[in-house]
Design a protein around this ligand. Structure first.
Ligand code: GLN
Length: 193
């Protein structure tokens, strides 16, 4: 069984834990550096990126997290994707590990939440995706694979080796395919490690 950490400082970490349990993984809430030991992967949930970053720094978790995400499978959803990004439009990066540029709150106040069907690379049918004050991935580096775009072409899911970023919230629908996809990344990494 895979031990998958869910960063539990702020945001909707509990929903990720429920999904992980459903697909046979062992979710572990991460609040301290020692919780990162023995994990096969980590999910950084949605919430407020500035708050998650601030609490991580205050609790001494920031540097251990930076070390973890450098080489261990990590999936950032929404605020989590912002935390992973190397570049944030108009702001300083947080963990700064994934070669993507994100813009926060990219959909403005009028449509700050919406859901839509997304075509995701490798999925046979569209995925219902919930966006809540979501960022957009403005651009990706050459080593980053785009997994999903909105109908207008804007990027909302991407992968760079062991790193996965989604602008939306896959833990808020019953569809477990993206969680399963992330578990596959963790399995593969465990085999080669
Ligand atoms: N707007 C939040 C941020 O900028 C992200 C929103 C979310 O995670 N649902 O951090």
């Amino acid at each position: 069984m895979l031990n998958i950490g869910v960063l539990a400082l702020q945001g909707d970490f509990a929903e990720h834990a429920v999904m992980l349990r459903q697909i046979g993984a062992n979710p572990i809430e991460v609040r301290k550096a020692e919780h990162l030991a023995d994990l096969h992967g980590l999910i950084i949930p949605g919430g407020e990126s500035t708050t998650i970053s601030r609490v991580a720094r205050a609790s001494g978790l920031f540097e251990p997290l930076r070390d973890f995400v450098a080489h261990k499978p990590t999936w950032g959803t929404c605020a989590g994707a912002i935390l992973l990004a190397k570049h944030i439009t108009g702001e300083k990066a947080h963990l700064g590990v994934m070669d993507i540029t994100v813009t926060r709150n990219a959909f403005g106040r009028q449509i700050d939440s919406f859901s839509t069907d997304l075509v995701v690379e490798g999925f046979e049918t569209p995925l219902r995706a919930v966006f809540i004050r979501a960022p957009i991935i403005e651009s990706v580096g050459a080593n980053v694979r785009v997994l999903a775009r909105l109908a207008d072409g804007r990027i909302v899911a991407a992968q760079q080796g062991h790193l996965l970023a989604t602008a939306f919230h896959p833990e808020l629908t019953p569809d477990t395919r993206l969680h399963t996809y992330f578990l596959d990344i963790c399995y593969q990494q465990r085999i080669v490690a």
